[in-house]
Design a binder for this molecule. Structure first.
Ligand SMILES: [Zn+2]
Length: 164
């Protein structure tokens, strides 16, 4: 009886140990990039989800015509979300008027974007996209204002603005 009791206890402990580890692991992933795995949509699914313009930018790395986005002149306090998956990408606190005709920011929210080199215009540019759904947002240039000196040149159609 005594041995059985010990074995049960040990099994219980092992079970508790592993379930707590798995629970932690699960939470870490969710806190980091909530639901990344849910955003592996097919082209058809993206087409159904997005407008033609947003699909062209987010999924085909298209570029909207300058001065066409209403977000260009958006000056209210708030947050800019990915139009693909609604992850928060930029704060209005980092928005500035670059005069380029595209909404511009000197920084992004933590862990919101990933970058890659793009050779479409021969001269390499740094492309950036939503870290959750991979949707193309724009390009980042080293001619922005302080404190970062960066200019995140974003397609307005790839963003959704939510005022505070
Ligand atoms: Zn996204």
């Amino acid at each position: 009886m005594k041995i059985n009791y010990l074995v049960l206890n040990r099994r219980k402990l092992i079970f508790l140990f592993f379930s707590s580890i798995m629970g932690l692991f699960d939470r870490t992933i969710k806190a980091d990039q909530p639901g990344t795995e849910n955003w592996a949509l097919t082209n058809e699914e993206w087409k159904n989800r997005l407008s033609t313009e947003a699909y062209s930018v987010l999924r085909k790395e298209g570029t909207e015509r300058p001065f066409t986005s209403l977000l260009n002149s958006e000056k209210r306090d708030g947050t800019f979300y990915c139009a693909g998956c609604e992850l928060a990408l930029f704060s209005s606190k980092t928005k500035f008027d670059s005069g380029t005709g595209w909404p511009s920011f000197w920084d992004h929210l933590p862990k919101a974007i990933d970058t890659k080199l793009d050779f479409k215009l021969i001269v390499p540019r740094t492309e950036y996209h939503c870290s959750r759904c991979g949707g193309h947002q724009g390009h980042v240039f080293p001619d922005g204002p302080k404190p970062t000196g960066k200019r995140y040149c974003n397609n307005g159609v790839a963003l959704i603005f939510q005022p505070n």
